[in-house]
Design a protein around this ligand. Structure first.
Ligand SMILES: Cc1ncc(COP(=O)(O)O)c(C=O)c1O
Length: 465
């Protein structure tokens, strides 16, 4: 690919960002393979009629996004092939310009700013408390914080003693904590064939081998899970049974009971990521409810209240809290007590539920709008979901659609980012409509997608060689 030179005609904004975006789009579309070499700075500058400095800035931006790397003697080469590490395409917010970035599963804006000011003032007024929050705490979390966790879990239908709960810095950290407590490098972990990309990152970090389990419209297929368990020593199942990411599916109660029974029969621990639960209008009891003796239940305030609080909880089986706390201690000693205090107060006095209710109303409004425009396509978008999952119509490929959408100012994620094995990648895209800054931006974005879906992909027009 040393002759790569993108066409920037349809791209606005600074040239260096346009080049980095074009590179990201070509990676997403599968036009590069990891290890492909890129032109030298001087060559690309000459071919595109820009300065060497512009190309250097573009490559620096692409490197910052993790797309490319460089070594003396090897030149610049592509690091990530399509979907390799999830959100690599996303630029830093300050570099986004006109891009409407729908790749992150953000909750929509809610008016929590004023509430935060009040809460911080309350905390600051209690100097004794403030001093202790600014010091080291128990690695599992303060008693009051674990009690807030128990209340949050009870809202979702799971009654757990606070002693079994460990406070984490969000659900991703909760997942890492549970897996670190449960597994050793080389262990096999099962997951839905299409799953939240954070599990791939966690497995890579912990040296775990992931096995994708086939799904249908009710989620994990019990027979497929049973067959996998029989084929070898699966240590744990990582599963998102409610408003699954990316398919938005919620597993029905009978299916949960069947999966729990299979896991128990084979001695497989369940790591249930239930981060979306309180957004779902009527989800059945958690999977952990059916198998509390083998389950590690994870949730956080990220999708329901505020991701920046970095507040999550893990509830393990009886006797697991010490191992979980040890895993927290190893990673970060403890979740940040000050922001945990904010979230715990909001849970304890009901402010968290009020923010959640506002977010749910906004999500319902957005979902209706998105389905109005894209609903005639093959979409999954269960009520409460922060995103939509769309099977792209033939002859579009998910990667090409994502690249073309990005060229028009809308960032979405193709299915391969979620596939545990490459063969599980379908021709689908995820559109995180909660992430649009406002309704006008959302309208613009979905109309661009609708127009694209009506048109011919570039391959059909013979523009790809
Ligand atoms: C299923 C799932 N689990 C975990 C996370 C990470 O959550 P947190 O921000 O609490 O770490 C996400 C974020 O998108 C998610 O979708």
């Amino acid at each position: 690919m040393t002759n790569w030179a993108p066409d920037l005609a349809s791209r606005n904004g600074p040239r260096y960002l346009a080049i980095a975006d074009a590179l990201a789009a070509d990676v997403a579309a599968g036009r590069f393979h990891a290890g492909d070499r890129l032109p030298t700075h001087r060559d690309l500058a000459w071919r595109m009629g820009v300065t060497v400095g512009t190309v250097s800035r573009a490559y620096a931006e692409a490197e910052r996004r993790g797309l490319i790397g460089g070594e003396v003697g090897r030149g610049t080469y592509v690091r990530a092939a399509s979907g390799d590490l999830g959100n690599l395409m996303s630029p830093a917010p300050d570099a986004m310009g006109n891009l409407i970035d729908l790749t992150f599963n953000f909750p929509p804006p809610a008016a929590e700013g004023g509430v935060l000011g009040e809460t911080l003032a309350e905390i600051a007024a209690d100097t004794g408390l403030l001093q202790s929050l600014l010091s080291y705490q128990s690695c599992a979390g303060r008693r009051s914080h674990r009690a807030a966790g128990a209340k949050w879990l009870a809202l979702g239908g799971l009654e757990v003693d606070p002693d079994r709960i460990v406070v984490t810095g969000g659900a991703q950290h909760g997942m890492l904590t549970a897996l670190a407590a449960l597994t050793r490098p080389g262990d096999r972990v099962a997951a839905e064939a299409l799953s939240y990309p954070g599990i791939k990152l966690a497995a890579r970090l912990l040296g775990l081998r992931l096995d994708g389990v086939a799904m249908d419209d009710d989620g994990l297929i019990p027979e497929a899970f049973d067959a996998l368990c029989r084929s070898g020593d699966i240590k744990a199942l990582y599963c998102v049974p409610t408003l699954q990411n990316p398919t938005t599916l919620t597993m029905p109660a009978e299916r949960r009971a069947a999966i729990a029974e299979i896991a128990r029969r084979h001695g497989v621990a369940i790591v249930e990521d239930d981060i979306m639960r309180l957004l779902a209008p009527d989800a059945p009891p958690p999977l952990s409810y059916y198998a509390p003796d083998i389950s590690y239940y994870i949730t956080s305030l990220s999708k329901t209240v505020a991701p920046g609080l970095r507040l999550g909880f893990v509830a393990g089986p009886a006797g697991a809290a010490e191992r979980l706390a040890a895993a927290v201690r190893t990673a970060c000693w403890m979740a940040a007590p000050l922001t945990v205090e904010v979230g715990a107060r909001w849970i304890a006095d009901g402010r968290a539920e009020r923010i959640l209710a506002a977010r749910r109303r906004e999500m319902a409004r957005r979902r209706a709008r998105v389905l109005d425009v894209l609903g005639q396509h093959d979409v999954k978008c269960s009520e409460g979901s922060l995103h939509l999952w769309l099977n792209v119509p033939d002859p579009w490929h998910a990667g090409t659609l994502a690249a073309e959408a990005r060229a028009r100012g809308v960032a979405i994620t193709p299915a391969d980012a979620f596939a545990i094995r490459r063969r599980d990648a379908t021709h689908a895209i995820r559109v995180c409509f909660g992430a649009a800054p406002d309704m006008a931006a959302l309208d613009r974005a979905v109309n661009i997608l609708a127009e694209l879906l009506k048109s011919e992909p570039p391959e059909a027009l013979g523009t790809v060689v």
